[in-house]
Design a protein around this ligand. Structure first.
Ligand code: GSH
Length: 222
């Protein structure tokens, strides 16, 4: 049995949780408040970041993409990283887009200004960051809609790690009520599809103290 060190509103932890569930791989979750910087956690991942996947023999892996690709390789049925070199390259490009660009332009601003400030007892330092995130997200929603003009899913005709990466970022923001779904119906429909998958259900049941999601968060017909 695997153990996943995670934080419920960490998009990278969510990505790994979805992949494990999609593959029907059983795992236990351990809550890691990563800002506490526990020495025991540093021994699992010197970068002090969640997620970390620990195997039964004690070996451990970090970095969400490395973990997801590792799981995909060990459980190759229903691959999420494409079937041709070109398709794989496109999936990896988009995973990178959402894990880096989207995260740094949107999710990280909101997470650090709202959630981390709350848990660490520091006051919000920059309302400008939240304003920037709210402006930036509309460009990313437009980009998702652009990708879907000729595709069923973000990187092609089947669900891939690109969709899982994008939906993980958006689900964190949706929990906090920060996704302007009215901005683009195509994106909303795509998210409704991925949100209705059984692998997504545990995420919709997540609750963290101090922050209640809006009622539509767990509603499949939002
Ligand atoms: N590149 C890493 C990013 C993980 C990450 O940034 N996790 C955040 C929580 S969402 C974290 O633990 N940050 C703590 C830190 O960077 O000190 C991955 O994909 O796993």
């Amino acid at each position: 049995m695997y153990t996943l060190y995670h934080f419920p509103l960490c998009p990278f932890s969510r990505q790994v949780r979805i992949v494990l569930k999609e593959k029907d791989v059983p795992f236990d979750l351990v809550l890691e408040n990563y800002w506490e910087r526990r020495p025991e956690f540093a021994r699992l991942n010197p970068a002090m970041a969640v997620p970390v996947l620990v195997e039964e023999d004690g070996s451990h892996l970090s970095e969400s993409t490395a973990i997801c690709e590792y799981i995909n390789e060990i459980y190759p049925d229903k691959s999420f990283i494409g079937d041709t070199p070109h398709h794989r390259a496109e999936i990896r490009r988009l995973v990178c887009w959402f894990n880096q660009k989207f995260f740094h332009e949107v999710t990280n601003y909101i997470l650090s200004q709202r959630v981390l400030c709350f848990y660490t007892g520091t006051s919000e330092t920059s309302s400008g960051s939240i304003r920037a995130a709210k402006a930036n997200i509309t460009y990313h929603l437009d980009y998702i809609a652009f990708l879907m003009r000729n595709r069923k899913w973000l990187a092609g005709e089947s669900l891939s790690l690109a969709d899982i990466a994008a939906a993980s970022q958006l689900s964190v923001l949706d929990y906090l009520g920060d996704v302007p779904w009215e901005h683009n119906q195509t994106v909303k429909d795509w998210y409704a599809l991925i949100k209705s998958r059984p692998s997504f259900r545990p995420l919709l049941a997540d609750r963290i103290s101090g922050f209640n999601p809006l009622p539509h968060y767990a509603d499949l017909d939002f």
